[in-house]
Design a binder for this molecule. Structure first.
Ligand code: NHR
Ligand code: GAR
Length: 215
């Protein structure tokens, strides 16, 4: 059975698009049951509608607390019988209750080589630190912000003339390669998070996850 995937977004949804394209090409054994945004009017919603995918807007400002917002969102996601929840540029921190409910079946893509630069403004921070490398990481979501077990990461080099924008563009390109790959592995039951760590096929990936080489 193809897996039911629910994608959470807050913005342009280019990672959502990369996953939709990979489904269309037959690489991912799954279907996107719904795209949920906490912001109305974002381009990611249009991408989903253009592809005939159900969309939902759940505006966090309409709720009295994070807890209530997350409870409503969990219920909405469950109504689509999600096997996998994919955070694709989703910008609201999730409560422990929410995270526990989807533990082991919720992924996030973060624009840094975790465990470096958890949180926001990662490109700027990598540049200011004078790093020679930067990148992105797909990880399982846990209560610890950007702190869950790593599944796959892809690196890019930082060149002397890179700016925040140029670096962000380079990282985005790799995001669009590694996120569909991670979703493919989970939908094929090839990857999972166990008490031993993150497993791909029969090998334990270790602390840093699979190291993707851009071609
Ligand atoms: N929630 C949990 N519990 N654990 C994670 O690992 C999460 C998460 C929610 C989102 C994505 C994350 C990222 O990849 C993510 C991972 C938003 C913020 C943030 O500070 C930080 C990290 C991430 C997403 N959000 C502000 C807030 O108050 C709002 C910022 C805004 O709206 O622009 O929620 O980087
Ligand atoms: C991506 O670069 C993703 O790594 C980042 O937001 C962008 C979303 O782009 N995520 C975060 O910063 C999470 N806090 P997209 O909407 O085009 O996929």
């Amino acid at each position: 059975m193809p897996k039911s995937i629910v994608v959470l977004i807050s913005g342009s949804g280019s990672n959502l698009q990369a996953i939709m394209d990979s489904i269309d090409s037959g690489r991912i054994n799954g279907r996107i049951s719904a795209v949920i945004s906490n912001k109305d009017g974002v381009f990611g919603l249009e991408r989903a509608r253009n592809a005939g995918i159900a969309t939902e807007v759940l505006d966090h400002k309409q709720f009295d607390s994070r807890k209530q917002f997350d409870a409503a969102m969990a219920e909405l996601i469950d109504s689509y019988a999600a096997d996998l929840v994919v955070l694709a540029g989703f910008m609201r921190i999730l409560t422990p209750e929410f995270v526990r409910h989807f533990q082991g079946r919720m992924l996030n893509i973060h624009p840094s080589l975790l465990p470096k630069y958890k949180g926001l403004h990662t490109h700027q921070r990598a540049l200011e630190a004078g790093d020679s490398q930067h990148g992105c990481t797909v990880h399982f979501v846990t209560e610890e912000l950007d702190g869950g077990p790593l599944l796959v990461q892809g690196a890019v080099s930082i060149d002397p003339d890179d700016t925040e924008e140029s670096l962000q563009q380079k990282v985005h390109k790799v995001e669009h390669q590694i996120y569909p790959l991670a979703v493919e592995w989970l939908c094929a039951d090839r990857a999972k998070w166990t008490s031993e760590g993150v497993i791909l096929d029969d090998s334990n990936l270790g602390e840093r996850g699979f190291q993707y080489q851009q071609n």
